[in-house]
Design a protein around this ligand. Structure first.
Ligand SMILES: Nc1ncnc2c1ncn2[C@@H]1O[C@H](COP(=O)(O)OP(=O)(O)OP(=O)(O)O)[C@@H](O)[C@H]1O
Ligand SMILES: [Mg+2]
Length: 268
């Protein structure tokens, strides 16, 4: 579809109040002479989990970095809740309600759980001082009720370095939910996790949906993506090769399509 049409559509949808949560229109990103994103157009709706799949170097991480304010697109437009926006910093994307959970660097290891929960978004009292008591109380509630931490050995004062990888990701996702992120982006959140920890992260992702939020989930494992995603966007060498609805494709078919794409360069 021509860019002008897509832009008109986005403006009309916004006026009617039924705009997608996020829309990218003809987004390109070049690093020097290399075109890493090539006219990417896609939509993420409200309350859906979208799997972003593609081979190594397809541009998945670069794509999400243009949404999270790490990279500005070289050209193209991004609409958020129907409004054209420029996401020029990570701070700006967070303010809009977009949070990212990475494989690593999700948390500050040497700080406690409660400090990590409120890092950069401290609760302050009327005089502007940090309200540590309230931050700890809120963290405690989240840990027991939402994250399902039952072990007495872990308290809000536990330093994050003592937690398992799955627990760390749980905190990162819960933090995003606590701050009411509309869109949570998960870039290979289960790499280096054990099977049981991975299952726990899968539960957290389902929780994102149950609570009415949306997510973009990046993983090389169709086996992990398929059960929790509603749709799949296939990226190939910087282009959107196809968008598949879960009802139109089985897990095995999706797996086969991805293998074929690597072999033949065609999504069939
Ligand atoms: N800052 C950068 N400068 C130059 N090239 C970059 C930069 N970031 C990414 N690239 C290149 O862009 C391409 C896409 O990288 P990207 O990290 O987005 O891929 P990916 O789909 O996330 O891959 P993977 O599945 O391996 O994580 C790669 O060829 C990479 O080398
Ligand atoms: Mg990547």
């Amino acid at each position: 579809m021509a860019e002008a049409n897509l832009q008109n559509e986005a403006a009309e949808a916004a006026a009617k109040g039924d705009a997608p949560l996020l829309q990218m229109v003809d987004v390109c990103k070049r690093f020097g002479g290399v075109q890493v994103l090539d006219n990417v157009s896609l939509e993420i709706g409200s309350n859906e989990i979208v799997g972003l799949v593609g081979d190594n170097g397809a541009g998945k991480s670069t794509l999400i970095k243009t949404i999270t304010g790490v990279h500005l697109p070289t050209s193209g437009d991004i609409y958020y809740k129907g409004e054209k926006i420029s996401i020029h910093s990570v701070k700006k994307s967070r303010k809009l309600g977009i949070e990212t959970v990475y494989q690593e660097r999700a948390l500050a290891d040497l700080q406690t759980i409660w400090q990590n929960m409120f890092l950069g978004r401290e609760i302050t009292n009327k005089l502007g001082f940090m309200n540590i008591k309230e931050e700890k109380r809120q963290s405690e509630l989240m840990m027991r009720e939402h994250m399902g931490f039952t072990s007495k050995a872990i308290t809000v004062d536990t330093e994050v370095e003592f937690l398992s990888g799955g627990e760390k990701q749980g905190i990162a996702i819960s933090r995003a939910l606590y701050f009411k992120a509309d869109l949570i982006i998960l870039d290979e959140p289960t790499v280096a996790l054990s099977l049981s920890e991975t299952q726990r992260v899968q539960e957290f992702i389902l929780d994102i949906k149950r609570r009415g939020h949306s997510a973009i989930y990046i993983s090389h494992s169709i086996y992990l993506l398929y059960p929790v995603c509603d749709r799949f966007i296939v990226l190939d060498r910087g282009r959107v090769a196809g968008v598949l609805d879960k009802k139109d494709v089985t897990q095995d078919e999706l797996q086969e399509k991805m293998v074929n794409l690597v072999k033949t360069g065609v999504l069939a």
